[in-house]
Design a protein around this ligand. Structure first.
Ligand code: NAP
Ligand code: GLV
Length: 316
């Protein structure tokens, strides 16, 4: 079995070592420009077009992350890049849900207990207590309750705040008020109504791009908070800055941006109400990812189906 590996800006040796242990007998190689030799499986993150296009023998492509927007954008730009019969399989949780839950709970508590305001007061050397936002009305809305969003919603609910979830298809999640539909319909507006913290965990697809816009912000409780841990293309940057300036939103925590790394001159850096982290809310964990992918390669090799196969039409 021939396995092609590509993870930009990473020393591949630990990955190749781990894969060799998990896939005994496999011929593993890190992709190099010009390599167009056959492979059975490709394990990749943000692959260049020539890695995939016309790769003979490919039986499946494993994406080293949950989001497949980069690969699908490549396919939209250059139709036919993805081999027709090889499924594209993404990581499912693989240790990311725990990290995402920690990140989001930190942001929710920071806003509910007003630690961000204490930080500003400290800079002014001011000593005064602030009443926390009442928990029972500090409603958190999780946009996208798939593999990660559902676990994040449950984790946030354990803080004792009301939690809502929104997805395309109807869901039942214990302790979460769920809403389903399109991102423009009445159900979406009902989901947003009164939400104090909007957490975005949607995939980036043609339907979800720009979903975090002036209209969306205007439907939330006045002075709400935004936590974006999904993709930067979900946010209309100008609308976010205007919403913060006008008081529609109080603050935002952003882990992802339209262009990464965020350019030094981007106005987000100068907005004190925006907290920036460098796309680190849920990292791909090597051992967990290798174990999940190796299990799926074994299942496919036995002729079984696997979960996590991307619907390329739907975009996630
Ligand atoms: P997932 O399991 O595919 O869940 C996606 C959720 O979004 C599902 O609930 C889906 O609804 C919903 N959805 C999709 N399109 C929608 C639409 N047009 N309207 C309403 N709801 C829609 O994905 P996941 O594994 O939870 O990951 C979510 C995203 O997190 C990834 O795509 C990635 O961009 C991002 N992410 C970021 C980081 C980071 O470090 N910042 C790390 C990992 C992942 P249905 O359930 O009805 O299909
Ligand atoms: C990271 O952003 C991922 O999609 O896994």
């Amino acid at each position: 079995m021939k396995v092609l590996f590509h993870l930009p800006q990473t020393d591949a040796s630990a990955w190749l070592h781990g894969l060799a242990l998990a896939l005994p007998g496999a011929e593993l190689r890190e992709w190099q420009p010009g390599d167009d030799a056959p492979a059975d499986f490709a394990i990749v993150w943000k692959p260049p077009r020539e890695l995939l296009a016309a790769r003979a023998g490919l039986r499946a492509i494993f994406n080293l992350g949950a989001g497949v927007d980069a690969i699908l954008a490549l396919e939209r730009e250059h139709p036919g890049t993805l081999p027709k019969d090889a499924p594209l399989v993404r990581l499912e949780d693989s240790g990311m849900a725990q990290q995402m839950s920690e990140y989001v709970m930190h942001a929710v508590l920071r806003y509910q207990r007003r630690f961000d305001e204490y930080g500003l007061a400290q800079a002014r050397r001011e000593w005064h207590g602030l009443a926390p936002h009442p928990r029972d009305t500090f409603t958190v809305g999780v946009l996208g309750v798939g593999v990660l969003g559902a676990q994040v919603a449950r984790a946030v609910a354990s803080l004792g705040v009301p939690v809502r979830g929104f997805s395309r298809s109807a869901k039942q999640l214990d302790g979460i008020d769920t809403y389903a539909g399109e991102l423009h319909g009445a159900q979406f507006d009902a989901f947003l109504d009164g939400v104090k913290v909007l957490v975005n965990l949607l995939p980036a697809t043609p339907d979800t791009i720009d979903a975090l816009n002036a209209r969306t912000f205007s439907k939330l409780a006045r002075g709400a908070y935004l936590v974006n841990v999904a993709r930067g293309t979900h946010v209309v940057d100008r609308d976010l800055l205007d919403a913060l300036a006008g008081g529609t939103l109080s603050a935002a925590t952003l882990d992802v941006f339209r262009d990464e790394p965020l350019a030094a001159e981007h106005p987000f850096w100068r907005e004190p109400r925006i907290t920036i982290t460098p796309h680190c809310s849920a990292l791909t964990l090597r051992d967990e990812a290798i174990a999940q992918i190796a299990d799926k390669i074994a299942a496919l090799s036995r002729g079984e189906t696997v979960s996590g196969v991307v619907d390329t039409e739907r975009g996630y």
